[in-house]
Design a protein around this ligand. Structure first.
Ligand SMILES: C[S@@+](CC[C@H](N)C(=O)[O-])C[C@H]1O[C@@H](n2cnc3c(N)ncnc32)[C@H](O)[C@@H]1O
Length: 258
C-alpha cells in the first residue's frame, strides 16, 4: 500500500474462513499474486474499470487499492451480504471509485432469502463498460446454467478489447486421475463434461472438461486468449516463479485481439 493510501482494517476471521483463506498472511499473499497476474496476463492499467465477480471480503479490492485510480475504478459483487457490507464500510467509504454490490439472488446456502433466480442476475455494469474482469475461485463453485449465464453477462459488460482472468478446475487426463482419488470423485465424474459436480456442505465445487468450457465460452460470445494450468491436481507449476492452485483462463471478445 502506498504511503498516501489509507490502510484498511482486516476482515474478521469468520470472513477469512468464508472465502477459504487460512490466515491474514495468506489473504494478502494471494491478493498480491493475483494483482500480478492481472497486470501481466490481462494488461491491467490504473485507468481501467475492473469487475470482480464474487469479490468476497475485498481481498482483490485491497490488493488493487493503490493501483486503480479515477477515471479507472473497481466494482465487485457477491451473493454473500456480510462480505459486501464489510467491503462498503471498510473500503468503499474511503475510496468512492471502489463500489460493492450485493447480488440478492436465490442461493440457499450463500444467500438464504434471496428470490431472484441466479440465471436472471444482471452484472452491475453497463454494456461494454468493463476493461478487465476477474473471478478468483468463483466459477469453481458455480453449476452449469449459472456458469453459462455468467459468461454471457461477462461478454455483455466487457469492452470489445476487454479481457477477463477466470479461475477454474479444468479436468484433462491429469486432472481426471486426481479427481478419482477425491472423496466423492467417482460420483462427480458421472456428471460427464459440463460440468462435474461435487457438493460438500455449503460448498459446491465444479470442474470442466477443456472442450466443454471452450464451447461454453464460445456460446457466450467469448474466446479463450490464454490458459495456464494450476497445481491443484499435483501438476508442477507451469511457471515456478508464479505458482497458482486453480487453472487460469484469459477470455476476451473475438476479433479484437492479435
Ligand atoms: C472462495 S471465495 C473467493 C472470494 C474472492 N474472489 C477472493 O478470491 O477473495 C468464493 C466467493 O464466491 C462467492 N459466490 C459464490 N457463488 C456466487 C455467485 N453465484 N455469484 C457471486 N458470488 C458467488 C462466495 O460468496 C464467495 O465469496
Amino acid at each position: 500500500m502506498a504511503a498516501d493510501q489509507p490502510a484498511f482494517d482486516l476482515p474478521p476471521d469468520s470472513h477469512l474462513q468464508w472465502i477459504g483463506s487460512t490466515d491474514v498472511e495468506q489473504f494478502h499473499r494471494v491478493g498480491r499474486r493475483y494483482r500480478g497476474f492481472l497486470v501481466d496476463d490481462t494488461g491491467l492499467r490504473p485507468d481501467h474499470r475492473l469487475l470482480d465477480i464474487g469479490c468476497g471480503t475485498g481481498r482483490m479490492a485491497i490488493a488493487l487499492a493503490d493501483l486503480l485510480r479515477a477515471p479507472g475504478g473497481y466494482v465487485g459483487f457477491d451473493v454473500w451480504r456480510d462480505g459486501i457490507e464489510w467491503c462498503r464500510r471498510e473500503i468503499g467509504a474511503r475510496r468512492p471509485e471502489f463500489t460493492f454490490v450485493h447480488a440478492d439472488v436465490a442461493e440457499p446456502f450463500l444467500n438464504p432469502g434471496g428470490t431472484q433466480p441466479l440465471t436472471d442476475w444482471r452484472f452491475p455494469a453497463a454494456d461494454g463498460s468493463i476493461d478487465r474482469a476477474l473471478a478468483l475461485s468463483v466459477f469453481t463453485h458455480l453449476d452449469g446454467p449459472t456458469t453459462r449465464h455468467y459468461l454471457r453477462e461477462l461478454a455483455r459488460v466487457l469492452q470489445p478489447d476487454g479481457r477477463a482472468l477466470l479461475t477454474f478446475f479444468i479436468v484433462d487426463a491429469v486432472g481426471e486421475a486426481h479427481l478419482r482419488g477425491w472423496p466423492g470423485g467417482p460420483e462427480a465424474l458421472a456428471g460427464d463434461r459440463a460440468p462435474l459436480l461435487m457438493r460438500f456442505g455449503k460448498d459446491l465445487f465444479t470442474a470442466w472438461d477443456p472442450a466443454a468450457i471452450e464451447d461454453a465460452a464460445a456460446a457466450a460470445g467469448l474466446v479463450i486468449l490464454g490458459r495456464e494450468p494450476g497445481d491443484w491436481c499435483g501438476r508442477p507449476p507451469a511457471r515456478p516463479d508464479r505458482p497458482h492452485h486453480q487453472d487460469h483462463l484469459v477470455l476476451g471478445r473475438p476479433g479484437a485481439h492479435p
